[in-house]
Design a protein around this ligand. Sequence first.
Ligand code: AMP
Ligand code: MG
Length: 342
Amino acid sequence: MKKRILLLLCIVGAVAICGCSAFENGHTTSSRNTTSFFAMDTYMEITTPLLDDPSILENAKTHVQDLDALLSVTNENSELWKLNHAGGKTVTLSSETVDILSEALSYCDETHGALNIALYPIVCKWGFTTGNYQVPTKAQLDSLLPLCDYTKIDIDGNDVTIDKDMALDLGAIAKGYASDKLASYLRTEGVDSALIVLGGNVYALGEKTKDTPWKIGVQSPSGNGVAGTLALRNQAAVTSGSYERYFEENGVTYHHIIDPSTGYPAESGLVSVTIVSESGTMGDALSTAIFVMGCDEAITYWREHEGFEMILITDDDELIYTEGLSDIFTPSMGYETKIITN
Ligand code: AMP
Ligand code: MG
């Protein structure tokens, strides 16, 4: 298994953030504060201009760790674990967990199940959250598919019930949700400039410096450099890619984004989807769902919905992006590009 931890590398920021050895955990330079940590199964980094009160960044880190403790599918003390192991009984959850569950469910509905937070029995069978990789038989997948019905999740206030053998996984949305929470917390603390990098979920708060946006690189799926750069202000950029997490067996590659209609890794012709949106939650939900949909369905979905732009990279190296990004996205040389209009 190979796992690329950072999907989006900061390019202009990169020289400052990723490439500078002076930036260690909690380290302060004359111009910036940064904190780096591991949570939600990924490397995270938050960078701000020099803060009067650097404890703000420590608190931000604690916020993400607290969310991870609620939502982790593998942590036996998490609320999600409690729900997944309740044997069909109703569980009373915190408002935070109910909030993300409700948001996630609305994206499951809107994407007609391309995002499916009830897919955990199948994700688990493949071993993607545990690391015990295996290729299930079609019969095994067919017997698990009926358990993955997100419409059976019942939320009544803080009381949540799922069927006995169901299990939920918020891995497709939790980091985007966390990035929104962090941006909102930092704004409350008066921080008006920050780069929040939670694995492949990036939130660019404000500008890097006056009149200069944050510059974000969209990783090339081949691993060589970047497919293009985005200039962002108060926006999230979230990437889902088949190259992020996968294993190989008998020469076949199996990646971690599952098509809920088959139980197999989605073969949609896409290898990478980046969503740009003011909402990190929307970006994360849609990056996964649109990966499953594939190019044509994704374009129809974009034309019918507001609030996001997208960059698609196909398995034959075509780079397709929506017209709203024309002024802020610069594709790298070497890609055949196409701009989608309304
Ligand atoms: P992301 O990296 O945001 O695209 O999320 C991928 C993760 O979400 C996977 O590692 C699984 O844990 C889970 N997952 C895989 N396929 C789906 C799907 N179709 N809907 C919801 N979650 C999924
Ligand atoms: Mg996602």
